[in-house]
Design a protein around this ligand. Sequence first.
Ligand SMILES: Cc1ncc(COP(=O)(O)O)c(C=O)c1O
Length: 360
Amino acid sequence: MKAHKNHGTSLIDLSISNPTQADVGLPDPFSIARLEADRYTPLAKGSWQAREQIAIYYEQEFSSKITPDQILLTTSTSEAYSYCFKLIANPGDSILIPQPSYPLLQFLIEAEGLEARPYPLHQADGEWLLDRDGLLQACNNKTKAIILVQPNNPTGHFLKSDDLKWLMEFSADRIWLISDEVFADYAWSAECTQTRSLTQIEAPNVFSLSGLSKICALPQMKLGWIVMPQNQSVYKNLELVADTYLSVSAPIQQAAACWLPQRAQFQSPIRERCLTNLQGIPARIKNTQWSILPVEAGWSAILKGPANDGEEAFALRLLERDVCVHPGFYYDLPFQNSLVISLLTPPHQMISGIGTIISS
Ligand SMILES: Cc1ncc(COP(=O)(O)O)c(C=O)c1O
């Protein structure tokens, strides 16, 4: 997209996904934990205290029985992906990724010399479903893993129980599943009955990934992790990968053990912001040609609009009017004219941004 020429007016950024830049009112992380480490004890999997708190997090949020032994710290979820790929695949192998989904997945896979092969999700009656035939077609004899993003970004849906059951049966004994659960804490309905974390299933072929960037809205602290299946050889080999880099800083590991139990302090203002926006948007687009897709979870919403001269041209026109959005094709959304907007946007900006969208 062309650079935005801001004529002295302020840009309304409906694409802001960084919680530290969205004026959400997050607490000061250093009032909860101090960064200190005068001694360094290198541990490939990461500090016991941090891994113990992560295990407690899984127990409290998902009733999952995870042991600290199963957890390996990384500097981010992105790095967690790269460690899993190093463990399970060799250059030339392929990894299946959902489509639509988070655009970085393809780059993370290709950076390891692997092929990213998309499998389609399709939308019917407001629900996102797995296209099982499409997934079978995407698999080849070099496929080593299937990624699922639970809940998916930007569709905000959890895989339905029967799709998940089918996927577990299909992958068992032959293909790894990598479940990206960074947004699993942000389900918007109190009645959400979906399997939010695959740690709830205890399958031998599943890696679950997450991190502080969403759980504590602390992307700047750079801490992610892998929950490994209970398998000594997986522990040993992933430990070797991690030991090669020892990338996670000691003060962050120490502080994480304090931030995680306090996650509600970080999550509350984000929940409030997202819910305010989710509740406010329908009234703003009522009686227009725009609609919002149902959002089960996560920090994004998808708006579908009337046919026009293309998503990119439309997004550029909005930019000329000082509103920044992500066109749907960034995420391979299967629609002619859709936009992805961030629920982290300050509500007054959301209102004026949507006003501009519906009048453009
Ligand atoms: C689905 C998904 N996975 C992973 C990440 C990256 O997380 P991290 O900051 O821990 O690398 C993001 C970031 O937005 C994301 O949306």
